[in-house]
Each structure stands twice: as C-alpha cells, then as structure tokens.
Write a protein that binds this ligand. Structure first.
Ligand code: ZN
Length: 322
C-alpha cells in the first residue's frame, strides 16, 4: 500500500461516506509532493473497493480488480487529468473529461474525476468545470488539487470543500522515512531537513541524488572555494539555487550547533562532522549567525524571483574570509 497518502484525509472521507454526507467536489491544497495525488487515488480506491469490509482495518484492500485498476490508471470510472505545474488546462480537456460524468458508471458506484494543478485552468475551462459543479450527478465525485490555491478562481473554490494538507514536522517525517522506507536514522534526518515536511519530496530528493549534490557543494564551493562555474551554473536554475541555499543553510546551522556544543546526532550533515568541526573553528559565533541571516535573506529574494547571483557571491566571500 502506498503510504504517501494522507491518512487523516482518508479518515475524513471514510467518516463522511459512512454518514452518507460525501460532497460532490473537494479541493486538496498543500505544497507539491505532500501526497495530494496519492490521497486522491487512495480515496478512489477506498470508494470503489470490492473488499472494503475485509480490508482488515485498512481503507481498501489494494488487491481487488477495482483497486488494481485505479492504481494502473485503467479504471473505467476513475478519470485523472494529470497536467503539470504551470501547464495550461484547456477547455477541451475539461470537456472531454466531464463528458464521461454524464455516462453511468461501468463497474463502480461512483465516477471519480481527479484534476491536478487546477490553478492552471483557463477561464473557459474553469467555467466549463463550474457548470458541472453546479449540476452534480449523484454518482460522481470530483477531486481537484492545487499547490497554489490562491490562484484557483474563487468561484471554483466556493463550490468545493477544501481539504488542506499540512506538512509534517521534521521529526515526524524522519520517523516515517525510518518506519516505512527503512532509511537509517542519519539519512532520514538529513532528507527530512530538505524535504519541507513532504514525504513525496523526501523520496524524490533521495532519487535525485541529493547527498551527492550536497557533497559537491560542500567540497567545491564551501571548502574548495570554487566560485565559477558553480555559481553561474546554479544561479541559472531556480530549483538548483534552492538546493544550493538549503545546503549552505544546513551547513551553517550545523556549524552553529557544533559551536554551541550540541550533540552530533542533531546535525543535518552528521556524516561530515569532521569537516564541520574544522570549519566552524575559524569563525566566531557572531560571524556564523550573520552568515545564517544572510542566507535566509537570500532565500527570501529567491522566493520573490529576484536574481541572487550577487548575493551568492557575497556569501562566498564571507565563507572564504577565514
Ligand atoms: Zn479493493
């Protein structure tokens, strides 16, 4: 069973269904990779599972033909508009999807429509969707998802029940990585630091080789004082800049912790503790705190889509001032 789904949300679905109070449309909101998609699919499995009563306390069996078909994307009554962040959803796509809602379900009690990244709908697409939201059919359920709910038209939002997905605490996320993905404590702690409370993001970071990327930044930039081409390469890509800044932040944070006498197990980069010890000795606490503040400020600039190449240079100079 995919444990990336949000159990609290599924629990709510189960309670609503039992009371016969399931609404026709829900909007899942929360950051990317927090499990909105996995939860929408889990809800579809739950609502259509043929062996729900024998699922042994789980919400669905995961093995009946219905459950399998949902997962493989072949369920005739579960329709998903996947999309991508920033990719426009056009009216034709919505129309095509919703044309199915007028047909009776083939094998399920309910037809389920899942539309991701709904903030990317054109006005025409949103209007077409609104029509469906105004005339729901008894046998259909619509699940919309968005990581930027402030960009979803108010008219759509007001017709949906919003279910917010909240990031896990760092500690909770690390515990889940250990429990469900057999990560070692140190690795789980490290991934949880970068994943901003999102289990899916932690998995993705691991697959993308975050640890090697971190080592490269530490060895080439922090310790190796290699300015170009690293900054140039990093600053050209917002995602890379984000990782770069996160690595520097984790490094400086660890230096501050070591300076305050904290135990190694609290360090994000515990496997690099020798380098951290050596590095922090060359700075005063105040220097490191100032560096930390500078990094936080640069993260904010990045969030505002400002060019951070010069701030990165300045941070480099400070790091190498020893
Ligand atoms: Zn099942």
């Amino acid at each position: 069973m995919d444990i990336q789904f949000n159990e609290n949300v599924l629990k709510r679905f189960a309670a609503l269904e039992q009371k016969g109070q399931l609404a026709h449309a829900y909007l899942f909101t929360g950051p990317a990779y927090i499990g909105k998609g996995a939860t929408a699919l889990a809800a579809a499995q739950f609502l259509n599972c043929g062996h729900k009563d024998n699922a042994g306390g789980k919400y669905f069996c995961g093995e009946c033909p219905s459950c399998r078909k949902v997962l493989s994307g072949n369920h005739p009554d579960v329709h998903v508009l996947e999309g991508a962040p920033g990719q426009t959803i056009k009216i034709d796509e919505i129309r095509e999807l919703l044309a199915q809602s007028r047909l009776r379900p083939f094998m399920a009690e309910r037809k389920i429509f899942i539309i991701h990244h709904v903030e990317n709908m054109t006005i025409e697409a949103a209007n077409a969707l609104l029509k469906t939201l105004e005339e729901p059919t008894a046998s259909s359920l619509l699940i919309l998802t968005s990581a930027v709910p402030e960009r979803v038209p108010e008219t759509v939002k007001s017709r949906c029940h919003t279910m917010p997905f909240l990031p896990l605490s760092r500690r909770e996320l690390a515990a889940r990585l250990v429990r469900h993905y057999q990560e070692e404590d140190g690795a789980a702690h490290f991934l949880a630091y970068f994943a901003e409370g999102c289990l899916g993001k932690a998995r993705r970071l691991k697959e993308s080789g975050i640890k090697q990327k971190r080592d490269e930044i530490i060895d080439r930039f922090i310790l190796g004082r290699e300015r170009e081409p690293l900054i140039k390469e990093v600053a050209a890509d917002k995602e890379k800049t984000r990782v770069f800044l996160d690595v520097l932040l984790s490094w400086v944070r660890d230096c501050l912790l070591v300076k305050s006498g904290a135990g190694d197990n609290r360090l994000v980069n515990a496997d690099r503790v020798r380098d951290i010890r050596g590095f922090q000795r060359q700075f005063s606490f105040a220097d490191l705190a100032a560096l930390h503040a500078e990094l936080v400020h640069t993260c904010r600039l990045l969030l505002e889509n400002l060019n951070v190449k010069i701030p990165l240079m300045i941070i480099g100079e400070r790091l190498w001032a020893r």
